[in-house]
Design a protein around this ligand. Structure first.
Ligand code: SER
Length: 392
């Protein structure tokens, strides 16, 4: 399946279960002082969960552009170094606003992954919340019992508050969650080490793909939990990871979402992807960061000297540093990736294609200015080193 087919299958599946398919909210947030960027699919629905906004559709499904580079959810340092974290990623979600709850959410998650996408049963593990005495929260027996109908009990694992109680930030809607992990290792490796022991252990091929959150509480500023007026479902599936699993790859960057960019970078610098770990990391960083920067600019957030703009500038500069230091790009190169990116996403996010020239121009100017600073800095450093050498 191509990534486009995988995304469509998700949305069609939930449409067939009575969900209204809606668009992604912008990745840049302008009206919530607790957040700069959308870091989860649920952000745009926060007020519905809290009971402050009316429910238009009790069931919806979407793919949401998310950015996790600041605040409670920040993956920046892992990006490029590993093969499954991103700054910007798509989160596929199905939502119930006071409508269905754990039973249907679990049943449909199972049906989609196993029956529709065809992931073998024995490659899936699920986790449920074990409870937390300090918070006065109980083991999620209900979720456990629903999972038991579909999956062998020894593949249902208990998880602590860190992994199985999802919170948007320091305050706001939250609740116990049930994660689904997939084991993509070879049969040989799987015989040697039991996959259950690798869940939540940062193994690059035993990874979480989907989180089903059962929204039940509001975390108040004083730290206490207050029950929400109704119970909701918020699920988030990592689209890039799902593509890796369904395209039989062992890295998100080997899927058709990233390969066009990686191949483009590789042909420009004349270094094959796979030639060395250092150059691979740099190509991954570039192909990840260009997505984050381009989508942010398309959503109206230009790189700048403060707040959200500064976050975007820092991501861009991180990409330039990797390109310059490890792939020998001494001239601006990131902006030339924009058309490749826009083509990959044209079906789902046409805003990249319609603003392609503008996005490329902004990035080109930023790169150019930063490369000059970088070169001046390096020259000064070399001169200093020479002087120091002459003086000793
Ligand atoms: N809110 C949950 C998450 O971001 C599920 O969508 O993981």
């Amino acid at each position: 399946m191509t990534s486009t087919e995988i995304r469509k299958t998700f949305l069609d599946f939930f449409a067939s279960k009575g969900h209204q398919v809606v668009s992604s909210a912008p990745m840049v947030i302008k009206n919530d002082p607790t957040l700069m960027f959308t870091n989860a699919g649920m952000n745009q629905f926060k007020d519905i969960f809290l009971g402050n906004s009316p429910v238009k559709y009790p069931r919806i499904a979407n793919t949401q552009k998310c950015l996790r580079v600041s605040g409670k959810h920040n993956d920046l340092e892992e990006v490029g170094v590993d093969t499954y974290h991103h700054t910007m990623f798509e989160m596929l979600g199905n939502w119930s606003f006071g409508d269905y709850f754990k039973k249907e959410a679990i049943e449909w998650a199972w049906e989609l992954l196993h029956k529709v996408y065809g992931i073998p049963k024995d490659r899936l593990y699920v986790t449920v919340f074990e409870g937390d005495k300090k918070e006065n929260l109980e083991f999620d027996q209900e979720a456990y019992d629903f999972w038991k109908q579909w999956i062998a009990e020894d593949c249902i694992l208990k998880g602590n508050k860190k992994d199985n109680f999802w919170e948007m930030g320091d305050t706001g809607p939250c609740g116990p969650c049930s994660e689904i992990h997939v084991d993509l290792r070879t049969d040989e490796d799987r015989k040697k080490v039991d996959g259950r022991t690798l869940v939540n252990e940062s193994h690059p091929q035993v990874i979480e793909i989907w989180n089903n959150v059962f929204m039940q509480y509001n975390r108040l500023a004083n730290g206490s939990l207050e029950p929400l007026p109704a119970q909701h479902v918020d699920t988030g599936m990592g689209f890039e990871r799902l593509c890796m699993a369904l395209q039989s790859k062992t890295s998100n960057y080997d899927t058709d979402l990233f390969q066009p960019m990686i191949q483009f970078i590789s042909s420009k610098c004349g270094i094959a992807y796979g030639a060395s770990e250092k150059t691979d990391v740099a190509m991954r960083v570039m192909s990840d960061h260009i997505r984050a920067i381009s989508f942010a600019i398309a959503d109206g957030q230009l790189p700048s000297n403060n707040k959200a703009g500064y976050v975007i500038r820092r991501i861009l500069r991180r990409a330039v540093r990797y390109a310059y230091s490890f792939l020998n790009f001494k001239e601006p190169v990131l902006s030339s990736l924009v058309p490749v990116l826009a083509k990959t996403f044209a079906g789902q996010f046409p805003e990249l294609e319609t603003q392609q020239d503008f996005i490329a121009r902004v990035i080109h100017e930023e790169e150019n200015a930063f490369l000059k600073t970088l070169e001046t800095g390096i020259k000064k450093f070399d001169q200093y080193q020479e002087k120091k050498g002459a003086g000793t």
